[in-house]
Structure formats: C-alpha cells, structure tokens
Design a protein around this ligand. Structure first.
Ligand code: MRU
Length: 353
C-alpha cells in the first residue's frame, strides 16, 4: 500500500485524515483517547473495520497515559475510556467488537501489574490491526473468482484500504482480481452526502492505477439498463444472523436495482462485521447525522435556509437481495442463517510482537 490508514506510533496514533482527501494527504496525530474518539465521530477515520482498529488503539493509548499505578483506579479509568469509544458511532459492529476484545484482554490480565496490563493492551491493539489486514487479503482471494475479464463492477461508498487497516474488503476483491491480471471496468457511485466514493474510492484506485469511472448515485439504474454493470460489490457495517446487511445509505436502492436488472449483488465483509446476536436488520441501529451534510455541499449551503433534511448514514439491504457474502472464510450463500453461523469461525494469527 502506498499509504497507511492508521498506524500505532508508540506514544500516539497516526491517522490519514480522510476529510481532506483527495485534495490533501495529511496525517493526524492523536495523542490521547479523546482525540481518537473525536477522529471517529468526525469521520477523519471511517469505515467499519478501520474505526474498530482506531478504537482499540485509542484504548491502548489511554492506558499508557494513565499515571496511577493503583490497579483499581486504572481499571476504573479504562472502563470509562472503553465506554467512550463504544459510543462514537452506533452502526458498525466492528467498533464494539474491537472494544469488547480490549475489555476481554483487560479481564484476562488483571493479575498483572498495571505496566503489564498496558503492554498487553498495546499488543492486542496491534494484533487487531494486523489480523484485519490478513483477513482482508483472504477476502480478496476468496472473492476474486466473482470478477471476470470484460466485467463492469459497480461499488458504493469506500470499502477499501481507507476503510480498514489495509487492503479493503469490497475494494480488496477488486484489487486481488486486478493483481491477477483480470481487466474489467470499475464504476463508483459518488455516495452522497459525504462523497466517500468520489473522494476516497476514486483516490485509492488512482493510486493503484486501476481505471475508475465515477457516477452520481442516481445514475446507477440507467448504467445497469445499458448493460454496463455485470456485478455489484459493496462492504458492510453490520450483518445480522439472517444475512440482512447494513451499509452506506444508497446500498439498499442499488440492491433493488440489481434485482430488477438481474445483476448479482455481493457483500464483502470480515466475520468481525457479523452480529449473530441479532436476528435481522430490523435490530441494527442506524446512525442519523447532522442535516448540514445534506443541506450543504462542503461548506456551501445549497438549499434554502430553514428546510429540513433526512440524513441516515446507513440503510439495510434485506438478505433476499444478496447473492453472496464474501468473508475471510469463503463465499457464504443462502440459506444465510445456517451458512453464516458455520462461516463465522474467526481466523487468527500470531500475536504481534
Ligand atoms: O460512514 P462511513 O464512511 O464510515 O461508512 C462506511 C461504509 O458504509 C462502508 O461501506 C463499510 O463500513 C464497509 S468498509 C470495509
């Protein structure tokens, strides 16, 4: 990768500030957990797996900064930090998944002295980071058979290296197929209102020298009608037990359009995005963001003053519209309820040194 989305720097967490892309490649150094939490809330870092990694690193950073060597005071502060991190954004389950892993580490090593616990938290955060890259490479390997020479692949939002520790999920599949020598077209929805497709996915693909065509979100149906799209490939923020998938607002409409045009619709996501505790998408909390994201374009107001705006950041695609879910363990097909449970065994790697 020519850039690092997030990096553990020992005494700080370095993030590529995604609010500034593609105009500016600027890194943001977060020196405490509150700055990491702010970076997640304000979308300096975004994308389900990436915010999970950021939260874990934020927790490890917070531990480091606690001066008290008294175990009770240390654990009390850590409880507060874990809670703060888990509240930053509600939809992507990877966030609470990563916070839970850090909490589990805290529980497991409580017998160590405070310094030992700090060390283990740092190791766990680095492991979450490294595992994510490995998992994404696997997703790419598993999914690349779905792309053929001459295809037209449409994606939405950014499910790339920027949305993960590296490589990406849906974009990881595209990367892996391209690296294998397959040649196909990549179409990217601009993804209003935050323009993750036009700004971030396009930027990543340009870095990789993979040709990309941008369209506004409302153009997808016509592109499909013209026969230019052979598959749709998106990421996910949370997948329920029955296969219903939350992803960036506009994904549901794309899935409906795909169905009408008989185009396969695939979701690529790590098993850390599966939430097998909830039966269906109806139980997934959908983040509502500030209406200014819709009423303004950048800093410029585009609507009359005093109009209201609808701004859910995500929607739910019902499992009936999904052809397959690509994880690090393979491609899951219907019936999702049974097959996701079988597929969800996590892939583990050596502990980071
Ligand atoms: O609001 P965002 O930019 O965090 O939304 C991101 C998405 O919806 C991605 O498609 C999803 O997190 C998958 S990222 C591998």
């Amino acid at each position: 990768m020519k850039f690092k989305t997030i990096e553990w720097k020992g005494d700080r967490v370095r993030l590529l500030d995604q609010r500034r892309l593609p105009q500016e490649v600027r890194y943001l150094d977060c020196r405490d957990a509150s700055s990491v939490a702010r970076a997640i809330r304000t979308m300096a870092i975004r994308g389900a797996p990436a915010i999970g990694v950021a939260a874990a690193m934020g927790i490890a950073l917070a531990a480091q900064k606690i001066r008290s060597r008294r175990r009770e005071a240390f654990y009390k502060s850590m409880e507060r930090v874990c809670h703060e991190m888990s509240q930053t954004r509600p939809t992507a389950v990877n966030l609470s998944w990563a916070v839970d892993r850090m909490k589990k580490t805290l529980d497991e090593v409580h017998f160590l002295g405070v310094d030992g616990v700090k060390k283990r938290l740092e190791e766990e955060a680095r492991k979450i980071y490294e595992d994510d890259i490995e998992v994404n490479r696997k997703i790419g390997e598993n999914g690349k058979i779905l792309i053929h020479n001459g295809d037209g692949v449409l994606t939405h939002c950014n499910a790339g290296a920027l949305a993960t520790a590296g490589f990406g999920t849906a974009l990881g599949v595209i990367r892996a197929a391209w690296a294998e020598g397959k040649r196909f077209r990549v179409f990217v929805d601009e993804t209003r209102p935050m323009l993750q497709g036009a700004r971030l996915t396009a930027w990543e693909l340009v870095q990789e020298k993979i040709p990309v065509t941008i369209l506004t979100d409302s153009m997808a149906g016509w592109l499909m009608k013209k026969g230019e799209v052979t598959s749709v490939l998106v990421g996910a923020d949370r997948i329920a037990r029955n296969g219903d998938a939350a992803n960036k607002i506009g994904t549901y409409s794309l899935a409906l359009l795909s169905k009408s045009h008989d185009i396969p619709f695939y979701v690529a996501a790590p098993t850390s995005t599966l939430d097998l505790n909830i039966p269906s998408g109806a139980d997934i909390p959908i983040e509502e963001r500030a209406t200014q994201e819709v009423t303004c374009f950048g800093k410029k107001r585009i609507t009359p003053q005093k109009v209201d705006a609808f701004n859910p950041a995500f929607d739910i695609t019902p499992h009936t519209l999904i052809q397959g879910i690509i994880t690090e363990n393979g491609i899951v097909r219907r019936p999702f309820k049974r097959n996701l449970a079988l597929n969800s065994r996590p892939l583990t790697s050596k502990r980071a040194g």
